[in-house]
Design a protein around this ligand. Sequence first.
Ligand code: OAK
Length: 830
Amino acid sequence: TQQPGAALPAAAQPDDDLRTGNSVEALRGAVMAKLAYAVGKVQADASDRDWFLATALAVRDRVVQGWQRSYHTTNTGGTKRVYYMSLEFLIGRLMFDALTNLGLTDTMREALSGLGVDLDKLREVEPDAALGNGGLGRLAACFMESMATLAVPAYGYGIRYENGLFRQVVKDGWQQEYPENWLSFGNPWEFARPEIAYDIGFGGHVETHQVDGAPRYEWFPSETVEAVAYDTPVVGWRGHHVNTLRLWSARAGDPLRLDAFNEGDHVGAMADRVKAEAISKVLYPSDATPAGQELRLRQEYFFAAASLQDLVRRHLKKYPDLSNLADQAAIQLNDTHPAIAVVELMRLLVDLHGMAWDDAWRITQATFGYTNHTLLPEALETWPVPLMERMLPRHMQIIYLVNALHLDKLRAEGHSDVDVMRSVSIIAEGWGQQRVKMGTLAFIGSHRINGVSALHTDLMRQTVFRDLNAIYPDRINNKTNGITFRRWLMEANPALTAILVDVLGKAVLDDPSHLEKLAQHAGDPALQARLKAAKRDNKATLGGIIAARTGIQVDPDAMFDIQIKRIHEYKRQHLNLLETIALYNAIRAEPWRDWAPRVKVFAGKAAASYHTAKLIIKLANDVARVVNDDPTVRGKLKVVFLPNYNVSLAERIIPAADLSEQISTAGMEASGTGNMKLALNGALTIGTLDGANVEIKERVGDDNIFIFGLTAEEVAARHRSGLSARETIANSPRLAEVMEAVSSGVFSPDDTDRYRDFANALRDHDHFLVTADFDDYYAAQRRVDALWRDQAAWWRASIMNTARVGWFSSDRTIGEYARDIWDVPVRAAE
Ligand code: OAK
């Protein structure tokens, strides 16, 4: 080991400059300097975490150069900026993102190995930033990376939660939640900006004055919280452009009340501070379940207001007033969570900047776009009017006025139907309480509203926004989701990436349309063998993780059948489990048959308050125990529930998948993005015609996907028909046997009643049509088995999947947003 300082170059040469040099020597010197001067450690004492910090800081210096360049270009260019407002950014680890996009992964690996340090070990100690619940948050992270890649000058705005999504521990098969403090050892990627801080008001009252004969309104909040900026640079592919993710942290105006403290009330002296800072303490634990909490509304307004003050200030540094705001800024609302920004912008324009109402409204609408991510009724946000009035009194007045003008205009245009007027009103009446419909507010305040897959967008037009769509037929448009191939192919699956580059050339890294050429080689036995060997390695690696986390041994030659996503009844992990039990019964009945060996892997978190979802996790663990311990199964079937699913674990599971489970009740999954990641990595999909599965099927072709189940239309018809699940079960001896086993406690001998209510709920309601789709799903799974037995045919289909899903790159999606919604140019592919 070397002494700090002794090993540092005395004077950096231009080509091995400690901040900018990209040679092995420069990187090694840079890491050593960071270890000594930023982390404050000598090599002999440095832990993996110290090395990680030193490495990340050295990489960050290289990101910062591009960041400053991009900042300069954007500032001098007069270009329009995009502001992506999202309450969630599920970014995961960042070191390999930065290394990959700067092209420094191999150099850094070599630089560190010269110090006896393993880069891949450091990768594992980076905390996984889980500032999101699921799909919506991960989409925001993919979009940030694609916007940087396409050199769209963009800011992500969100909240810097101290505690991200909980850490899931599975104890005796039950989910337990523990706080995840991802910041406890410091965050090398962020820059604190204590000087960029805005006052955010809550509560209080509104006063009216007359100015030039017209009323002017002034809000006097009773409480103020400071929003402080923390910036994380987001580097795009090949490092050409670097954007900023700006996350707000809540800070109390006064850290404590000294008078109270001096009088001995040490806790009371900090009460205001605790209340203020609670805003950025925790990510709201909701994945499409009702929010309904005051703290959540405080979070929404806090970050919307801070972000608007920030972007308005930026605009006014350059232009005399806000009249050209919409030419210079596009604000995208990631679902309705930031929708209060529509009202806040009106308040800023009218009350603070004295703009005429109609001009302000025109600018507001032209600036905002709104993306809807779910049609589940329980996830459509509404806020009680009394709560709004108390917390945001001026905003409530503005909402009433926006609504009145909107309804007056419709009446003037001849609309009179009471049901239509009720449905397009921002205020919902009923159950003795008025509520503000945030979806309607976001729709009315935006010039473009989009869904996230073709089917979802159609259903938006036909259901929740039917009447608004009839009135404003051009506003709703589709933007099918995408994923960043840098993270989900290049970083997650270097073995597959190397083969693709070898067969298709390096250009495939810049332009995924080159993947299509792979189809010509789909039947090539040599290519199939290479891909199979790479997949087998990935499966062996995952097998090691499975063994370490669960103690279960799995065979890397078995089919890896994967369902990874939030646990939710509409996603139907329980359908998969019922099929698992049916297969288990079939194997036990005829153990000698040539069963295609399978490993069923489940991973995902349940909302802490979602009882049924937690019971489904317990069922997965109960089924796993019984099946894995049964000697008659002889390893033909293994069931695994992998705890604490997060972005980093997904990066390990997806490259090891053979089969991708996308089995939601048709019409309920807005898009899905895991489906795209898995198909890209060569997994075949078994799925319903839901969300983006429909478009995946159109691209990969019917022969290369396993589609089953009711369509969205059939689901709706079935719900109308009131057909009973009991009849369906009675008509399927296989399903009846499975239901009886679950219900009677075959998988819960320690508590035979555990699943009785659960089974009865399926028999009596089955809102998610698990029983209706069961037989068709079982049959589709047997088609999967048959194809697996013909490995050449399986690998042909797998190659066709990778070849045909290039379109699902988030670069394509962002290109469409840029063209159709934001009206900003994008950088052309290399
Ligand atoms: C979460 C909370 C409220 C509303 C929606 C969500 C959410 O995560 N929705 C998911 O968004 C993804 C990205 O668009 C889609 O792929 C998923 O289908 C959708 O469930």
